[in-house]
Design a protein around this ligand. Structure first.
Ligand SMILES: Cc1cc2nc3c(=O)[nH]c(=O)nc-3n(C[C@H](O)[C@H](O)[C@H](O)COP(=O)(O)OP(=O)(O)OC[C@H]3O[C@@H](n4cnc5c(N)ncnc54)[C@H](O)[C@@H]3O)c2cc1C
Length: 468
């Protein structure tokens, strides 16, 4: 920034920060550079974010509302943030913006058995909510692999998916109602505890997945289910990734409804095995983790049918977990995939999707593209949803490899779009994939999205530079 611009900038910002301090003397407001630095990034290693002007950690909806009123008055951009585990730069800092961290609003306000709902603040960790409702014999379904470290507010922001979404749906399917703070500070409620509700447009579903660009979530009413029966777990190994994709497509065609249907390829299996010496079959090109939670012998029957699909697709070995500890361990293997890839270098996790019948073509395209661009790639993900995470890895500081990975990603997005798929199944457009939104949805649909954004946030202060 030029010296004149810096002076002008501080003239504008100082009254805003003074206003926050005067209106909310108890608000935790971080302005030291070391603190602001620690909120600069999310988990999107390849995205270069800006340094926040300050970081606010409110504890009440009233504080969030007051912050937004002042931000509107002073035209200061605001970046809502949960736990910062996002993989599209959604919560990454914007130069000169206030980062608004919701992690201190972390109460589970109510578990309503009569209506099978939980009312929570956005900072509750997904794992904590799961544990609290499990203690009451209930189940909160959405389970991103990061469930121990990510917040419900962030899950709503990204419409997070996860391992059991193949059967139980994504976060959007579990959100009944929201309390939201608008860009100008107004507080509104969307939806309610009703299972059915068509009163007006569904603002709830509009906000879910909007990555903090339309409103800030300060409370959520979430759908619960009775706890499902214990799972039965199976592992199948394949000689090629395409064969594993064909097994997935066959299971979908057969109408099976496993509660987990996850894939890991050879590179990912090797990375996890190198880290924890688990004795996985490293000669296999891919594995599928398949689980059924149907009651009693029905789970056995469902896995037997899945076994048939795997065998027909050419599986080289199929094993079942014999005890719950073993099944937990297999799930952990899958959850460790990204961290294992991160040990190999800078890891850029992508998030493409395709209709499930086209999963084999998507897997073939990933292999072809990684080879053509000479980049190391390990693929894992929610195969049952048609959603894969090809993860490109390069040595830190190897700029040439980083450029090759960027070119590979761009070709990958186009390949997914050509298959009728998506450039992001669950991580979001955020800041990282913005140039490709229009290619996927078209200019008219993007214009409608921008009109909605302008209507709800006319000054454009909510998470600027993200999504649209
Ligand atoms: C190891 C690992 C595994 C992962 N596995 C999965 C997976 O299986 N499935 C999946 O979907 N994701 C996965 N993720 C990505 C990430 O965990 C999810 O996107 C998660 O939903 C982000 O939650 P968070 O609390 O960290 O949100 P943040 O990263 O802080 O924010 C995410 C987005 O939501 C917005 N936001 C946050 N809070 C609010 C709020 N209160 N109101 C409005 N907007 C808000 C932010 O502005 C941002 O755009 C994984 C990440 C890692 C590191």
């Amino acid at each position: 920034m030029l010296p004149g611009a810096i002076v002008a900038y501080h003239r504008r910002m100082t009254p805003f920060l003074d206003g926050l301090r005067a209106a909310m003397p108890d608000l935790r407001l971080l302005t030291e550079e070391i603190d602001r630095e620690s909120y600069r990034r999310d988990e999107t290693a390849h995205h270069e974010p800006g340094l926040p002007l300050a970081v606010a950690l409110p504890t009440t909806t009233a504080e969030v509302s007051a912050i937004m009123r002042l931000a509107t008055e002073h035209r200061v951009p605001v970046v809502p943030r949960g736990e910062g585990t996002g993989l599209s730069g959604g919560a990454a800092g914007v130069e000169g913006a206030l980062t608004l961290v919701l992690s201190r609003m972390n109460a589970i306000l109510e578990i309503d058995r009569d209506n099978l709902v939980a009312v929570v603040q956005p900072g509750v960790l997904n794992a904590d909510l799961k544990a609290a409702v499990a203690a009451e014999g209930l189940f909160y379904a959405p389970d991103p692999a990061s469930y121990e470290i990510c917040s419900i507010g962030g899950n709503i922001g990204t419409n997070a998916g996860g391992l059991c979404c193949v059967k139980y749906g994504v976060t959007r399917d579990a959100v009944l109602s929201l309390e939201i703070v608008m860009a100008d500070g107004r507080v509104i409620r969307t939806g309610g505890r009703n299972v059915k509700d068509v009163a007006g447009y569904s603002l709830t579903h509009l906000v879910v997945g909007s990555q903090g660009t339309l409103a800030i979530v300060t409370e959520a009413t979430l759908r619960l289910r009775p706890a499902p029966p214990p799972k039965q777990t199976m592992l199948a190994f394949f000689p090629t990734v395409v064969a594993a994709g064909e097994a997935v497509a066959a299971m979908t065609r057969a109408g099976l409804e496993p509660c987990t249907l996850e894939l890991m390829d050879r590179v990912t299996i090797g990375a996890v095995d190198d880290w924890h010496s688990l004795g996985l079959d490293r000669s296999a090109a891919a594995l599928l983790l398949i689980e059924s939670d149907r009651p009693g012998s029905a789970a056995d029957g469902e896995l037997a049918l899945a076994e048939g699909c795997c065998a027909d697709a050419g599986a080289t070995s199929i094993t079942r977990a014999t005890e719950p500890m073993e099944a937990d361990w297999l799930r952990q293997v899958r959850r460790m995939a990204f961290r294992a890839m991160e040990r190999l270098g800078v890891a850029r996790m992508e998030d493409v999707g395709a209709p499930r019948s086209r999963l084999p073509q998507l897997l073939a395209a990933i292999d072809r593209i990684a080879t053509a661009h000479d980049v190391r790639c390990g693929t894992f993900g929610h195969a049952g949803d048609g959603n894969l995470h090809p993860t490109f890895v390069w040595e830190r500081g190897d700029d040439a490899a980083e450029h090759r990975a960027q070119a590979a990603c761009e070709e990958l997005y186009r390949a997914a779009i050509a298959l009728g798929g998506t450039v992001t199944g669950e991580h979001g457009i955020g800041a990282a994939r913005r140039p490709f939104l229009e290619e996927q949805v078209g200019a008219d649909a993007l214009a409608v999205m921008r009109a909605i954004k302008a209507a709800l946030d006319p000054l454009g202060i909510l998470n600027p530079g993200k999504v649209v």
